[in-house]
Design a protein around this ligand. Structure first.
Ligand SMILES: [Zn+2]
Length: 234
């Protein structure tokens, strides 16, 4: 099965669902990352040009993705911090969906989750909104963006990240160390004294509780089904 994980910035997917990605890859699914920006507005090094920062972050994302077993990463090169859910982004995402033909798309929720405040990024909301439109109706509609010259594609499921009402929980108990290893590749983004391990474990515990503590550690999603499909196994 093909999986497309869409994010606003390098490191978003690894933070929010890196362990789920590792599980999907281990189960033999082909996961592609799509980063809408290069994350050039992130980090702490003001001596670095923003072009250099973009290069650094792409490199970090490629290494982190490879750590989880991801084979491909594409970058749409939109300006970090200024992402808009406009027709141009919908067309770009439609192109990637039609090219990669995912059964499952993973993307940020377009809904404000006040539990994530004050660090909820507007780029995430814009990417979520554009992704919804790109899945339905754009990618499946032969009359939407015909200039792309690629056959329409219907996505079966969408798992939204950071949604205020998650209803699908993935057991990540055996994958926390792999997630941590991926996050450690994003070294330009963390102060040296940050305790990543504690952050990863406490977030996994929080999501587990949201899911009724069925699993010891979990990542949380809001699941949307577009077409009948066998349950995704992994
Ligand atoms: Zn982000």
């Amino acid at each position: 099965m093909n999986v497309l994980a869409i994010a606003a910035h390098p490191d978003d997917i690894d933070f929010t669902c890196g362990a789920t990605v590792a599980r999907l890859c281990e189960a033999g699914h082909h996961v592609t990352y799509c980063c809408v920006t290069n994350g050039q507005a992130g980090g702490r090094d003001s001596s670095q040009s923003r072009l250099e920062a973009a290069k650094t972050r792409r490199g970090e994302q490629n290494l982190a993705a490879a750590t989880l077993g991801v084979k491909d990463a594409v970058y749409l090169d939109k300006p970090d911090g200024q992402v808009e859910a406009n027709l141009e982004l919908r067309r770009d995402l439609t192109r990637v969906i039609r090219q990669t033909k995912p059964c499952l798309v993973i993307a940020p929720s377009p809904r404000i989750n006040f539990n994530n405040m004050p660090f909820l990024h507007p780029d995430h909301l814009a990417v979520g909104q554009a992704t919804l439109a790109a899945i339905y109706p754009d990618a499946r509609n032969p009359f939407a963006f015909p200039e792309l010259g690629i056959d329409p594609h219907t996505v079966s499921q969408l798992w939204l990240l950071e949604d205020p009402e998650p209803d699908y929980f993935v057991d990540i108990s055996g994958y926390l160390e792999t997630k941590l290893a991926a996050l450690n590749e994003h070294s330009s983004q963390f102060a040296v004294d940050v305790n990543l391990e504690e952050a990863v474990y406490s977030e996994a515990g929080r999501h587990s509780e949201l899911g009724g503590s069925v699993f010891l550690a979990a990542e949380a999603f809001k699941k949307i089904t577009y077409s009948d499909v066998e349950e995704i196994s992994f």
